[in-house]
Design a protein around this ligand. Structure first.
Ligand SMILES: [Zn+2]
Ligand SMILES: [Zn+2]
Length: 281
């Protein structure tokens, strides 16, 4: 049986989050739909990553800064959700995964971060996988409304990481670092995404595709995009089909709550249904 894993910890629930942005409410949406009662959908408790692992990506000074800011536990637990998803998926224990994170990550570089980010979950997961002999080549597809500058910088010059970013204004680098313009409606974005992303992934042949799904593209969020909650499962369908079409490619979806909680509560169960091969509409 093909199983879908959901990685989450109550340590990431933040009832005091600004603007009612709370990944815990997104998790509640999945529970409410009874999806964990389905045989092929498994819940995993996300455990924090170690400081040693974080130091593969960030400087010691930066780690101390994150600790002083009081953001360490939330950051390492969020990174842990992504690392554990990589682990189970690359080991073939589960077919695909949704990693829920309580804080941002793609604006975090080696010794800086901004925009509510502290450590780079994507780079930490790739470092973990490589060190543990689980994979070499990774594709990161970033559909947040902002440029994934931290991730782009950390993988600059790394030809084994394909970084596709839908920010519209960042600079590309060779054939493996691409920034593409966003779209202003669900239909237009899904059509563009379907034309642009699968050929890049097929050509690159990664071992794993990590979708960095930013909910700040939702019309109710602070971003400038006008997407609805239904756009996310539609994008997920494209990536799932693509991953299943290329031999030995795995899919991990990473979602944080950078939109009002009702968006996460609506979108997350639909993403889980797509990953598990169930109807979502
Ligand atoms: Zn953003
Ligand atoms: Zn970009």
């Amino acid at each position: 049986m093909k199983e879908t894993g959901v990685f989450y910890s109550e340590a990431m629930r933040n009832d005091q989050a600004p603007s009612d942005m709370n990944i815990g409410k997104g998790f509640d949406g999945i529970v409410r739909e009874g999806l964990f009662e389905e045989q092929e959908i498994r819940l995993f408790e996300a455990k924090p990553v170690t400081e040693d692992l974080v130091l593969r990506v960030h400087s010691r000074d930066w780690v101390q800064h994150v600790r002083r800011e009081g953001m360490w536990e939330l950051s390492v637990c969020s990174a842990g959700a992504v690392v554990m998803a990589f682990d189970k998926v690359l080991a073939g224990e589960i077919h695909n995964a949704l990693a829920l994170v309580g804080i941002g990550g793609h604006h975090a570089g080696r010794d800086y971060a901004y925009g509510g980010c502290y450590v780079n979950h994507e780079a930490i997961a790739v470092a973990w996988a490589r060190e543990n002999g689980r994979g070499t080549r990774f594709a990161i597809v970033d559909t947040d409304t902002h440029h994934g500058d931290g991730t782009r910088g950390l993988f600059s010059g790394d030809e084994d990481v394909l970084h596709i970013c839908y920010c519209g204004y960042g600079k590309g680098e060779g054939s493996t670092k691409v920034c593409l313009p966003h779209a202003s409606s669900d239909d237009e974005f899904v059509r563009r995404f379907r034309n642009e992303v699968p050929p890049l992934i097929r050509g690159f042949k990664p071992e794993l595709v990590l979708w960095f799904c930013g909910l700040d593209t939702h019309r109710d969020s602070y971003g400038t995009r006008r997407l609805t909650s239904d756009c996310y499962p539609r994008l997920c369908e494209v990536l799932k089909e693509t991953a299943e079409d290329v031999p030995l490619v795995r899919l991990v979806v990473r979602v944080g709550c950078n939109a009002p909680s009702h968006v996460a509560a609506d979108a997350l169960p639909k993403i889980v249904k797509v990953l598990a091969g169930r109807p979502w509409r």
